[in-house]
Design a binder for this molecule. Structure first.
Ligand code: 13P
Ligand code: SF4
Length: 321
């Protein structure tokens, strides 16, 4: 059930009110590239999941971290910087990947493979992190896999598409958890191929959460921050962007002279209004940000022993640079 939100006076200037509350609360606002444009614009720091985790860890002067992303990102902030009050605009902002690999199921998988090293994508709950040997994000996954001792078998989850991409990249065999992102798995290879034929001068760039047959069409594959970097530095003029459409806002700002085409998706459900948008990321609104700063809730709280167990694999990841 979605959390009921109290209403906000419609005449309130939300940007000014958020700015005032932010200063009163000594809050820092972190936002992911998949947030709505307004939210990206008011954030103190924008980033991918790795950059935002580091920002949260290093937020020394702030008393409050307001995390505009999804739940596992805010939870990671709390794990890394437990002295801060961590608030999130909407507690229902989950992630289909995180939901697909609960800790008890990972534990059972590990029991069936007791000699394996467990690498989990950061898109999972604190309880699932606590069962892992090391965490990775889409930015550093290759480096993390290459750091696993040679000859040690690997369990990788929860994203089978990122996992398959890493098997190809690193040549390491891995057992993959059968999870997928509900947004990236709707992208249609057929429609992308047609779009490429219509725009032969465009490069197709994609997030590694896309399915293998989609990634095969890509000129470049990378995390959200790597896609942004690529478009800025590359000599081309036109890009078909294979990830959540929120990123187009920052991409346009960073490379105003380039043409950006959002990726087409397969209508797998009649109810789908825009399958290239993450319904969880899009739960966050200016009203909810205002309320979260005003009331300092919903808060992320974690039992200390769980936090410590989830911290160890995150620190192992961060130590890799
Ligand atoms: P990034 O690590 O690229 O920020 O990706 C996070 C995510 O949830 C992608 O769907
Ligand atoms: Fe999770 Fe996919 Fe949304 Fe990213 S885009 S937060 S992986 S559901």
């Amino acid at each position: 059930m979605p959390t009921a939100q109290p209403s906000v006076d419609p005449s309130l200037d939300l940007f000014a009110a958020i700015d005032r509350l932010k200063r009163e609360r000594k809050a820092v606002i972190l936002a992911h590239y998949y947030q709505d444009a307004d939210i990206q614009d008011l954030a103190d720091h924008l980033g991918d999941s790795l950059e935002l985790a580091k920002r949260a860890r290093d937020a020394r002067d702030a008393e409050v971290i307001l995390f505009c992303g999804v739940h596992f990102m805010a939870e990671t902030a709390k794990i890394l910087n437990p002295a801060k009050t961590v608030v999130i605009p909407d507690l229902d902002a989950g992630c289909s990947l995180a939901e697909q690999c609960p800790a008890d199921q990972l534990r059972a998988w590990k029991q069936r493979h007791p000699d394996h090293y467990v690498v989990m994508y950061i898109n999972c709950s604190a309880a699932t992190k606590a069962e892992s040997d090391v965490i990775c994000t889409s930015s550093n996954a290759e480096r993390v896999i290459r750091a696993v001792p040679e000859g040690r078998p690997i369990l990788f989850g929860p994203d089978k598409n990122l996992g398959a991409f890493l098997v190809k990249k690193t040549g390491r065999a891995m057992d993959l958890w059968p999870g997928a992102c509900m947004v990236h798995e709707t992208f249609s290879a057929q429609k992308i191929a047609a779009l490429k034929a219509k725009h032969p001068d465009a490069k197709f760039i994609a997030h590694p959460e896309c399915e293998e047959h989609v990634l095969q069409l890509a000129d470049f594959v990378g995390s959200t921050s790597k896609l942004l970097e690529f478009v800025q530095r590359d000599g081309g003029r036109k890009y078909i962007v294979g990830t959540e459409t929120g990123i187009l806002h920052t991409m346009h700002r960073q490379a105003p002279d380039k043409e950006l085409i959002p990726v087409p998706y397969e209508d797998r459900s009649a109810a789908c209004q825009g399958c290239n948008q993450c319904p969880y990321m899009k739960l966050n609104t200016l009203e909810k940000i205002y309320l979260a700063l005003r009331d300092l809730r919903p808060r992320i709280e974690l039992p200390e022993d769980l936090r410590r167990r989830a911290l160890a694999p995150l620190e192992r990841m961060l130590a890799l640079g």
